[in-house]
Structures are given as structure tokens and as C-alpha cells.
Design a protein around this ligand. Sequence first.
Ligand SMILES: *[C@@H]1O[C@H](CO)[C@@H](O)[C@H](O)[C@H]1NC(C)=O
Ligand SMILES: *[C@@H]1O[C@H](CO)[C@@H](O)[C@H](O)[C@H]1NC(C)=O
Ligand SMILES: *[C@@H]1O[C@H](CO)[C@@H](O)[C@H](O)[C@H]1NC(C)=O
Ligand SMILES: *[C@@H]1O[C@H](CO)[C@@H](O)[C@H](O)[C@H]1NC(C)=O
Ligand SMILES: *[C@@H]1O[C@H](CO)[C@@H](O)[C@H](O)[C@H]1NC(C)=O
Ligand SMILES: *[C@@H]1O[C@H](CO)[C@@H](O)[C@H](O)[C@H]1NC(C)=O
Ligand SMILES: *[C@@H]1O[C@H](CO)[C@@H](O)[C@H](O)[C@H]1NC(C)=O
Ligand SMILES: *[C@@H]1O[C@H](CO)[C@@H](O)[C@H](O)[C@H]1NC(C)=O
Ligand SMILES: *[C@@H]1O[C@H](CO)[C@@H](O)[C@H](O)[C@H]1NC(C)=O
Ligand SMILES: *[C@@H]1O[C@H](CO)[C@@H](O)[C@H](O)[C@H]1NC(C)=O
Length: 726
Amino acid sequence: MAGRPLPPLLRLAAASFVLLLFFLHLPPAHSQIVPVIDDNFAYSFPNFLSDADGVDLLTFNDSEIRGGALQLTPDTSNIASSYLVNKSGRVFYNMPFKVWQINSSSSSNATAKQVLSFNTFFKINVFRVGNMTPGEGLAFLLSSDLRPAPPGCHGAFLGLTNASFNGNPDNHFVAVEFDTVRQADLGDPNDNHVGLDINGVNSTKTFSDLNFSIAPVNDTNYTVWIDYDGGVRYLRVYMAIDDDPKPASAVLEAPLDLSEYLKQELYFGFAASTGTNYELNRVLSWNLTVQMLTDGRKGVPPWKIGAIVGGVLVFVIALGAGLFVWLQMRKRMARDAAASSSSALVLGALKSLPGTPREFEFKDLDKATNNFDEKMKLGKGGFGEVYRGVLPGENKQVAVKRFSRGGTFAPNDFLKELTIINRLRHKNLVPLVGWCHANSMLLLVYEYMPNGSLDHHLFDGPNSNPTTTLSWERRYNVIAGVASALHYLHDEYDQKVVHRDLKASNIMLDSNFNARLGDFGLARALESDKTSYAELEMAGVPGTVGYIAPECFHTGKATRESDVFGFGAVVLEVVCGRRPRCDIDGFMFLCDWVWKLFREGRILEAVDARLGEGYDPEDARRLLLLALACSHPIPSERPKTDVTVQIISRAVAPPAVPHFKPSFVWPSVPALTGASSWSASVSTVPSSHEAPSPQRRPRNSDPEGHVAAKDPPFRPICSPTYLMLV
Ligand SMILES: *[C@@H]1O[C@H](CO)[C@@H](O)[C@H](O)[C@H]1NC(C)=O
Ligand SMILES: *[C@@H]1O[C@H](CO)[C@@H](O)[C@H](O)[C@H]1NC(C)=O
Ligand SMILES: *[C@@H]1O[C@H](CO)[C@@H](O)[C@H](O)[C@H]1NC(C)=O
Ligand SMILES: *[C@@H]1O[C@H](CO)[C@@H](O)[C@H](O)[C@H]1NC(C)=O
Ligand SMILES: *[C@@H]1O[C@H](CO)[C@@H](O)[C@H](O)[C@H]1NC(C)=O
Ligand SMILES: *[C@@H]1O[C@H](CO)[C@@H](O)[C@H](O)[C@H]1NC(C)=O
Ligand SMILES: *[C@@H]1O[C@H](CO)[C@@H](O)[C@H](O)[C@H]1NC(C)=O
Ligand SMILES: *[C@@H]1O[C@H](CO)[C@@H](O)[C@H](O)[C@H]1NC(C)=O
Ligand SMILES: *[C@@H]1O[C@H](CO)[C@@H](O)[C@H](O)[C@H]1NC(C)=O
Ligand SMILES: *[C@@H]1O[C@H](CO)[C@@H](O)[C@H](O)[C@H]1NC(C)=O
């Protein structure tokens, strides 16, 4: 900042005060991150729904989610010889856990390992089809690799391994098998046993004296508990019929050091197979609790207490001398120092989080992008630039997003983005590969999307040639994908997330032209939604006009409803092949023009002319009506994402849209009260407590701000004058 530097003593005083504030204030602003570090990770599937497939759960080969259960091998009454014989499959929970780490606080020998602990219980139903001899078995699987079932793993191999790889240490798996066939050549004791399998199906330990049958003649559910204590490295397996309580004694227990067999990453899952004999291998419910490795950060370590005491002393000594100047500088210093010290801590903590994306070295990313060569630049996002890169030594293409905020480091945005996107998994979201923090620079590495962004396809390059225009089918599919991703963010993910920055340039297309929503730079969890649009510095972000819901200029808050507004703008863009803000037929905004065509019964004239006849009129009308409904100026009138998804999947009729676009009213009330005056409403906008919004400021000094109360109370967002407010 301008002005002379603070004298060292004052700086010390201010810094120690800030330090004090910081420690007294734990947890700081990042409370949504910190608990994760100390908490257990818990997940529960009371049953299995097919829309978890590809999101929370990944099913491979013959496994699928059906009828509320994981069907590890097929469940069908079709011809057994083709549908039930020699099948294999596996299912994984879609999140890697760090299974061990070097105990960093161990001073004696750095190779002391910490190993995670977990408790899980699940209900299985191994069904003997038609009362025949069952085969082969199912297993609870801990695997370092998220891999499909290897070829030849049916029959005795339980979907775990195959004849040539059985017992290979490179398999990096540990499993608990529930085996219903005796394979004498693999050392099975009988045809009804539980076993511990390490890298192969020759069990290191088995228990065959079960007083029940895993695949009984009568249909029976069993609950299985598996407890693993990483502290003493011990595994226990319990089993009980149906809802019976957990028995006192284990059916199988054994010392087990997972760190000996697994790489650092671990995925939890199940595997199963059938052979010439078959059975149904079903998992009906699953609870999993993992005690995360904490990197010795539990509790307040002695150095922190030392720091607090030291901070107090130094502070008191320096206070008298520094008070006056400090008061002047307090605000700024507190912000800067707290941000950097807390972010350093959180960054450090993040690195130890299981499921954290890979951390890259700056030099590798620098090399990958050819020193951030202009030629490698893919585009510019809300908070920085995106470059294409090829990871050295891996030959893997990635997109590297370099954060820049007027040259200053914005750790909070970065950390929020990282924690949130790291946990978001959906087939229509751009997957995160890793990240890097070096030289006060932040970088995120995403999977490279070979087909670039949607707006590129709609407006640039190949699209100017009508023959290569994005086909109608692709457009419909893209919209369906975006709707699905948005629904996931809003309603399906346990922590509700608003995207905040939905627009065509943030929608990427994968190699099959499926939509992948990207750029969560602005995504925030709803629960910690404290920031306002003022902070987004939208003035510096091109191409945002027309995507932002009118109420945002008043509240400064992004909401699910404002995301839906942005979605509506994207749908119009895709169907009409025009940008949301375009000069057409006297209208500044696309949605106003489409609304007029709708009113005049000519809505299909809005469809991108480059498509010619190549579109489905029914579907086009459906999408346009949906888009208009999403563009409703009153947030509560916009459809919710679940309805949106149903409309797009043609399960529900398109929404009813008023013939005239309703006026924007603020504060939004369902019925228009003509008496409420614009100026009165403006005065309700809290502007003194919040950072002034770049939108609000011009509004107050708007040369037309003197409009009388009898004028239309609020100008609709799509009116030309609105532009001046942006
Ligand atoms: C399973 O997990 C869910 C959600 O975490 C929890 O509500 C439920 O109580 C758990 N079941 C048991 C038996 O602990
Ligand atoms: C199933 O696999 C076994 C050997 O793994 C083989 O002998 C048998 O012919 C296979 N059956 C079918 C129907 O493919
Ligand atoms: C890590 O090492 C320290 C010092 O040797 C020890 O006190 C602590 O219990 C260890 N933590 C774990 C989880 O093993
Ligand atoms: C820790 O112990 C291992 C053998 O158990 C040894 O190879 C290594 O050098 C030791 N490290 C230190 C820092 O003492
Ligand atoms: C499982 O699927 C993968 C790829 O989808 C394939 O390579 C593998 O051979 C399949 N395994 C079996 C047992 O069919
Ligand atoms: C076993 O699986 C590996 C891949 O994991 C495959 O390369 C190999 O051919 C398979 N062996 C047999 C006998 O199918
Ligand atoms: C598994 O057991 C069989 C029979 O005891 C043996 O022939 C085979 O070598 C074992 N394989 C491994 C990997 O231990
Ligand atoms: C099996 O034995 C355990 C004790 O070892 C007992 O608690 C359980 O009820 C028995 N189950 C059946 C089905 O008999
Ligand atoms: C097994 O559990 C499922 C789901 O929890 C239930 O629908 C089914 O009736 C149970 N079967 C038996 C035999 O208890
Ligand atoms: C199935 O039979 C076993 C023993 O024959 C019995 O313990 C169990 O309760 C039966 N299960 C059901 C669901 O009837």
C-alpha cells in the first residue's frame, strides 16, 4: 500500500495482534474446510439409486445398480448360460483415501507410518437361484487402483484378479471374501467361508466354521461389519443375520498392515463373480466411516500455545508505542496477515486431506505449458487464464488455470474452489486433476477437454461454416448435460453449491460432445455465502452481461435461482445461436426478442437459422419455453432444477410462460403493488455496510435515477437502459 513502511516495532505489534486474533478465532473463515481435517469421513447408502452410478459409485463390467441394490453380478431371469454364467464385476466408491503416510511429527525415525482406520457395515444378499448350487462369491475390496475387473477374473477369482496375476504384489488390493465354492487348488477349506485375500484369492486366513450359509436355501440378508484399526493394524469381520445386532465375536480377525500392500491411495468397493455355477451377488446398503489421517494436527499443539503466549507478551510490550499508527493500519493489516497466515495453515492441512487432488511442481506446469506460452492459451476465466499443457513424461493433455487477480494472490477463492470441486463428481463436470501453489501463484490443473468450450462452437471458427454447425442432437444433449450438472450442484450433492458463473464459455465439451461444466472459481457453498457480487469484479470479466439475474444487482448474492437464470440464458444461446446480449430487431437482449416472438406465436423463428430444417420443432419449443421460464424476472417463479431436468427429458410438459415478460420487482413480491416506489425500494438496499458494488454505484449516480415514482417501478433487466448499470 502507499505510504511509508511501518516501523519494525509497530509491525511486530500489529502482527502479534493479528496472530492473537487468529488463534482466538479458530476456526477462521474456512470453517467448512477445517472440520473435514479433524472429522471422520462418513458415507451412507441406505439403498442404492441408479443416479449414484458414475457419480458417487463407479460400476465396472457386469456390475450395475438396480432395484435399490448393487448387483455385483447380473440379476436377471434371462437365459442363465448367457447372462449369469462366468460373470464378474466391481463397484467402487468414487473417492480416493490416503491409506498411510509418514508420521511427520515422529522425530525419531521418519519412516514411522500412520495408517488410516475405518468401520464399515453393509448388508448382503447372496441369492441361490432356483435352489441350485451357488457360485462363486463376493468380496469387500480395498484397492489402490480404480480399475475395472481384469480379464479372466470370473469363477474362482471373484472379480479380484485372474490366473496370471493371482498373488502378484502389483495388484495392490486387500479383500474380505465371502466364498460359496470350494476351490481346492486355491486352498479353500470348504464352500462356505470367509477369507482375507491379499493381492490374490489364496486367502491368508479363512474361517469356514460358519453356523449359517452365505448363500442359504431360504432368502436371507446378512449384515457384515468390517472394522480396521490402523493404529494397531488389526482387522475384524463380523456377520449377523439381517438386522440382528453386531455379534460379540468376529468371524474373522487378523493382524493386517494395509501400508504393506497398498499404495498410498485406497478406494473402497466390492467385487464378485459367478462361474459355471451362479448366484446373485447383491449389496443392499452400505455405511462407511473413515478416520482420516490428520497429519498430527489434532488438538492444539504446544507450539501454538507457545505462539499465543509469546504473541501476548510481545503485543503488550509494543502496544503503547504502536497504538496510534496501528489503529490507522489495522484494517488493512488484519486482512492481509490473517489471510496469508490462515491460508498457509489451510494449504498445509489441505495437502494432507485424503481425496485431495494431486499436487504439481510449478516447474512441471511451466514446462507443460511452454512457459505459459500465449500460443497455448485456451481462454480467460473469471479469475485467471487457462492454458493447454502436456504433462512432461506423461504425455497427458491438461488445461492449466492460472489465477491472477490484478497480480495479487487470492487464496480464499482458490481454497474454496479447490475444496468444493475436489468433492464434486458428476459426469457433466470438468474433472480436476491437481493443483499447484508456488511463488504466490495458484494453479489448477483440469482434464483437457478436446472440444473446447461451447461458445467457441456456437460462435467461432468452425461454426461460421454452416455445414459444421453443432447439430441439434448435440445441442439438446449439451443442454441436458448442463441441466443435470446444475441439478447435482443444487440438490444432489450434500453440500449445496451455487455455480455463480454459468455461461457458454464455462461449458466445455468432451470428446463425445457431452457438456462438462467448468470454472468453479465462483462456486461457493450456500451455507457460507457471505460474499457479494461486488467482489467478483465483474467489470473486468467480459461476457457476463445477460447471464446475471436482475435481483443479483440488488442483493449481490448468487442463489440457486440466479443460477437457473444463467441456465436459461445458456439455453437460449444454444437454441438461437446468438449471444444473450445481442442487438437484434431493436432488442438488446436475446431473451426479450424471443419473448416477443413467443407472444406473436412465432417462437420457432428464434431457432438458429444455421440449423435449417435440421431440428425437432417440438423439442425446440420445449427448450425455448423452458429458457423463458428460467429468465423470469422474479426468482421464485423460475423452475427448479429437478423440474428442468424432467422437462428436458420430456417427462414433463414445458412450463406455461406469460405472454408478456413480467416486470422486475424489487423487493420481489408475488403480486405487483403499483404503489411501491422505485426510490423507496432503492433505499432498502443495504449499501452502507457492504463493499460498494460496481453495479450499484453507477445505479445511484445513474443520470436517469430521478425517475418519478409513477414510472414503471422497476426497469426490466433486458431494457437497453439497464446496460448503463453494468
Ligand atoms: C449410517 O449412516 C447414516 C448417515 O451417516 C446414519 O444416519 C445412520 O445412523 C448410520 N447407521 C448406523 C447403524 O450407524
Ligand atoms: C466359464 O468359464 C469356464 C472356465 O473359466 C469354462 O470352462 C466354461 O466353458 C465357461 N462357460 C461359459 C458358458 O462360458
Ligand atoms: C507420531 O509420532 C509421534 C512422535 O513419535 C507420536 O507421539 C505419535 O503418537 C505418532 N502418531 C501416530 C498416529 O502414530
Ligand atoms: C529409520 O529406520 C529405517 C529402518 O527401519 C532406516 O533405514 C532409516 O535410515 C531410519 N531413518 C532415520 C532418519 O533414522
Ligand atoms: C472389464 O472392462 C474392461 C474395460 O471396460 C475390460 O478391459 C475388461 O476386459 C473387462 N473385464 C472382464 C472380466 O470382462
Ligand atoms: C489378467 O489380467 C491382466 C490385466 O490385469 C491381463 O493383461 C492378462 O491377460 C489377464 N490374464 C488372463 C489369464 O486373462
Ligand atoms: C495358490 O494356491 C495354490 C494351491 O495351494 C498354489 O498352487 C498357488 O501357487 C498359490 N498361488 C499363490 C499366488 O500363492
Ligand atoms: C452362530 O453362532 C453365534 C455365536 O458364535 C451366535 O451368536 C449366532 O446366533 C449363531 N447363528 C445362527 C444362525 O445360529
Ligand atoms: C433384505 O433386505 C431388503 C432391503 O433391505 C428387503 O427388501 C428384503 O425384504 C430383505 N430380505 C429378507 C429375506 O429379509
Ligand atoms: C433361513 O434358514 C436358517 C436356518 O435354516 C434360519 O436360521 C434363518 O432364520 C432362515 N432365514 C429366513 C429369512 O427365514
